[in-house]
Structures are given as structure tokens and as C-alpha cells.
Design a protein around this ligand. Sequence first.
Ligand SMILES: [Zn+2]
Length: 397
Amino acid sequence: MTVRLYRDDPYLLEFDARVVARREHESRPAVVLDRTAFYAESGGQPWDTGTLGDAPVVAVVEEGDTILHVLGAPLDTMAVHGRVDADRRRDHRQQHHGQHLLSRAFVETASARTVSFHLGADVSTIDLDREVGDAETARAETRANEVIWEARPVRVRTVTREEAMRLGVEPPDGAGDDIRLVEAEGFDVQPCGGTHPRSTAEVGMVAVLGRERYKGGSRVRFVCGHRALDAFRRRSNVLDRLGVLLSSPLEQLPQSAERLQTQLTEVERRSRDLLERALEGEARRLLDSAGAPPTVVVAVYDGWSPADLRTLALRLVALSSCVALLGSRGEKAQIVFAQSDGLPHDVPGLLREAAESLGGRGGGKGNLAQGGGERVDGLAGALEHAAARVRGASKAP
Ligand SMILES: [Zn+2]
């Protein structure tokens, strides 16, 4: 069985070992060593990475009692020098020990027990057996940080199952008779196989980022140490940018954003109102120059949206008995055709024909249809052709 060097020294990053077996894991080469400083994923803590000789260690997993070092390249030698990635190990020490402290703090301040936890690549979580509120969460967060700032010694020792029970520790199922305890002096004792710092101070800080209801309790998201500093920086940067954009001091950002939203709603309402009035005016101008009804109104605009064309067309056919043939030139040609109730023309048919002549498509039903095509140059001609068809049909007996 492999000697687990990290258990006695979680700061050990380099070691020499012998390969005792070669395997394959998910079609990658893997080796078993006589001793290792690599932590294999277990108990909610992710594996270490690093190198064995020149081969990158991409995963470390336990299969029964065997620790498999999964490699990114084959390793031919029997004797190897191992190097554990220092930043990742330190990060895991900080996150994992921070988790122990936060979990204990929730027990102390809110009688909430941790039923499971997950050390994630970005954010870690603990799941509490009861729901906690803002004030309880803040109290637990403060308490955990106080214990960090007191720089209490962290000790690891192995005791018998009976001793563990006497200390009020419940050994996990299948833990055997030797129970490894991780103790933050005078604050917390937990059975744990993970890598922990020598002092609570190394955790630096525990910062709760959020919380949600989860399985009748609460799931609390948190970061520790370097990640807490990163999270603080990222949030500061975002808030600074918002402060400049909204010309607002930090404390007034929410009010500034709310004010902006209110203004935007008002501006949108007013712009809709003005557009309505402009379209109404445009409809009357077109009808004034169109002569006596029933008549055909043809108009081409630049860069109008199909929605605005439709609004104008509907306004025209409501104000006077007419056929409206409207178009807009943009990246594509847009067309909207409409007629007043009681007029006899096949509006969808006329539109389909016009759209096809523009190299596009369109459709509709009854008295309204819209479409478009790529041939912007053909727009005026297509509308005139449709107008001629309408006039011809109107003259027919
Ligand atoms: Zn632990």
C-alpha cells in the first residue's frame, strides 16, 4: 500500500518514490508508487496536480486502497522524482480548512450542521441541515474570520474510534478503527483525510458569496484565502466601472441604477407617443396628396423598421378608404401592403409577387401582408407595379 506522505506533512511538495505498478486509467497511462505526496481526490477535496519525472500528473484517484497517478505522458523509469503543484495545494489547504471553520461557526452561531460540502474549481459550497438567514450567515462568517485572525494552531492526529467518540466526533461510515482528526485549537475537531494548514491564519479570510434554499436547508457559497482576494478585486473593479458609468459614489449606485431605469421607462413611453404622433401626421400628409378615395398610397422610406411601416399602413387604411403600398430601403428592402375593410384586392397575393420580384419572400392574410427581399434597387419599381395592378383591378367592371 502506498505511504501517504501528505498526511504527515501537507507542505511537502517534492519527494522521491519507486513505481510499483503500471496501469491504465480511462485510456491514459497511470502508475502506483510506494510513497506519494500527491493527494488523491476524496472526501470532497480535489486531487493534486504536478509532475512525476517529466510526465504531467493530470489526476490522482483512489481505486480501493490503490492510489493511481494518472499521467499526461508515459513514464518509463522505475525511480521517479515527484513535484506537487504548490499553488493548487495551497489553494486546497485554504479552501478546505476554511470550510471546516465556516461549518463549525454555523454550528456555534446558528445550530446549523453541515451535511455535505464541495470544494469547487471557483467557488465552494456547504449544505446546512436548516435554513439560515442573512444575520445568521453574517454571524457565522464573522466568527470563522475571528478564528482565522487568532492564528490558532491546527493539529492533525490519529486516534481510535472510541477516543474519537469520546471527543464528540462522529467517525464517518467505513472509516475503520484509526480516525484521523483535524483540530483547530479550542474551536473545532473533525474527522478528515484532507490537507490542512499549520495555523488557521493561513486561510486568510472566509467570504460568503451567496446562499440559496437547498433540500430543506441552505446551500452556502464561499471562497477563502487567495480566492477571497480575487473575488474582492473582481467585485471592486465592476463597481468602480459602474460608478464611472453612472457618475455615482459607491453607496448610491443602487439608487442611481433605479433612477436610470425609471428615466428609461419614461423615455420609452414618450418616444412611443411621439412616434405615434409622427406616423399619424405622415398618414394625413400622404392622404392629402393622394386625391379622392378609394385611392392607392405609395411611399418609400429610408431605414424604417417593418413595425413602423406596418403602423403607418394600418393608420392609413383606418383613416381613409385606401390601399397602402409602403416600402423601406435598408440593408434589405422591406414592404408592407394593406387595404381598408371592404376593398376587394388580394393583398397577400400582391405582396408575394412584389417580394419575389425583390428576390425575397413575404406573406400575410386578409387586408395586411409584409415581406422583403435583397434587391433594394427594385423597390420603387415593385411598388409601382403593384399600384398599377390595383388601379387596373379597380377600373375593371
Ligand atoms: Zn475536511
